[in-house]
Design a protein around this ligand. Structure first.
Ligand SMILES: Nc1ncnc2c1ncn2[C@@H]1O[C@H](COP(=O)(O)OP(=O)(O)OP(=O)(O)O)[C@@H](O)[C@H]1O
Ligand SMILES: [Mg+2]
Length: 409
């Protein structure tokens, strides 16, 4: 499937809203304004105060928001608001008032309205009120389960796989349940990075003829001695073609239910599969190094990413193989990108060579190295506050001991 750089349809689903009020000019105007909104995309159902309660209960998916027109028959409208406010779970309730009176506003709020709008409905105000609801719902839905972190670049060999792998190891060393997903389907670098020879890969999940369940998913994972699980890339290069963005979406939606963190190696190019992962990610890390080519590619990436219109995701730039005395400085790169560098991973050829030669991971071989410390610091940045609190001590003591060991080397 060719990637065309535009947000594909249906990924952010439409939001169902119910419009409640007597038929007439006001309801028609409201419906026209709502139907013309570009964001959020709405599915509108209509009803009258006497029948709308049944309507909202009988549809398969209840509305996310209900707009109630409070006009002539104020009692019926406020009564409807009250009855809806008692439901659990209940839609967000918006009262649309035809008069700007403080008394009426108070009565509507006391009846259970979460938000007040005025007739004639202003498209800007409606967009703002409805976007707040849709974004809050989206965040709640996404937060059900672990944190998804995508790692990508537009240039090969800058350290995408190492960063994804070492971040997973760092999080696992902080007692988190971590899965790695290899979406660099042709290269399959994560298995090599972890020194694994997986018997199973993502392929059985592609060929499923029924809904993916956690048993099937678990049987496609390979466990690393660190406790990190890998969903490996296909064994044969050509099999990668069979992995679609739909598979990626289904896998990520389920795998995040099983782990605290899911880290995705998106490789060094952009395709539909990568975008499907980004759409489900809380963090997107773009890896670059101190070369003009990497800075230029990062710039091209920013341009593309803006066109994707993933409103709640902000890519973060990570400088790998960082060398403070390099002529292309961090500041110069930040100026070029007009973006800050989120984290820096120092260059450490000796440690990386030993990792490869001795088939051990960073935290076995050099847990006190500057690279390991940088990875632990990055891990701390992605850990949500409440979760971090009990770990703060472990993390700080780990950092401290790493520092002391390093000094005494
Ligand atoms: N901070 C670092 N210091 C020294 N060497 C590093 C560092 N990060 C990565 N490397 C080395 O750079 C090489 C490329 O790293 P890696 O495979 O992670 O990059 P990649 O972006 O995934 O590459 P590809 O585009 O081939 O998938 C590896 O040999 C790795 O050991
Ligand atoms: Mg790689």
């Amino acid at each position: 499937m060719p990637f065309n750089g535009s947000k594909s349809e249906g990924r952010r689903s439409t939001m169902k809203v119910m419009l409640v009020g007597e038929p007439g000019e006001q309801r028609t105007q409201l419906k026209t304004v709502l139907a013309a909104l570009i964001e959020p995309e709405l599915e509108i159902i209509e009803g009258e105060t006497a029948t709308a309660a049944n309507l909202s209960e009988n549809v398969a998916a209840p509305p996310a928001a209900t707009l109630v027109i409070v006009n002539g028959n104020e009692e019926a409208a406020l009564g409807f608001l009250q009855s809806q406010a008692l439901h659990s779970p209940r839609p967000s309730l918006l009262a649309v008032l035809t008069a700007r009176s403080a008394g009426l506003m108070k009565r509507a709020l006391r009846a259970g309205a979460d938000e007040i709008l005025f007739w004639p409905l202003d498209p800007g105000e409606a967009t703002c009120a409805l976007l707040k609801i849709s974004e809050a719902r989206w965040r709640t839905e996404r937060r059900e389960g672990g944190v998804v972190i995508s790692v990508t670049s537009l240039i090969g060999g800058v350290g995408v796989t190492s960063l994804a792998g070492n971040l997973a190891l760092a999080l696992a060393s902080l007692h988190q349940r971590v899965a790695l997903v290899d979406l660099d389907l042709q290269t399959g670098g994560l298995a090599v990075f972890l020194n694994l020879d997986p018997e199973v890969t993502i392929m059985p999940l592609v060929r499923l003829d029924r809904k993916l369940d956690s048993i099937q998913l678990e049987s496609a994972l390979t466990k690393h001695q660190s406790g990190v699980y890998l969903l490996a890339a296909p064994k044969r290069i050509e099999e990668g073609e069979l992995v679609s963005d739909i598979t990626v979406g289904t896998v990520l939606d389920l795998i995040r239910q099983l782990f605290d963190y899911v880290i995705v190696d998106c490789g060094d190019h952009v395709d539909e599969n990568g975008v499907a992962a980004w759409e489900r990610s809380e963090h997107l890390f773009y890896v670059l190094n101190q070369t003009i080519a990497a800075a230029r590619s990062a710039w091209r990436f920013i341009d593309l990413f803006e066109r994707l219109d993933l409103t709640t995701l902000e890519p973060r730039f990570i400088l790998n193989r960082y060398n403070p005395s390099h002529p292309l400085t961090e500041k110069a790169i930040e100026a070029t990108l007009a973006r800050p560098i989120y984290a820096k991973i120092p260059t450490d050829d000796r440690t990386f060579e030993s990792i490869e030669m001795k088939a051990q991971d960073l935290f076995q071989l050099a847990p006190s190295s500057p690279v390991a410390r940088a990875m632990l610091e990055l891990a701390a940045l992605v850990m949500p506050r409440p979760e971090l609190a009990p770990l703060q001590e472990t993390f700080m003591s780990r950092l401290k001991s790493a520092f002391v060991t390093h000094q005494s080397r």
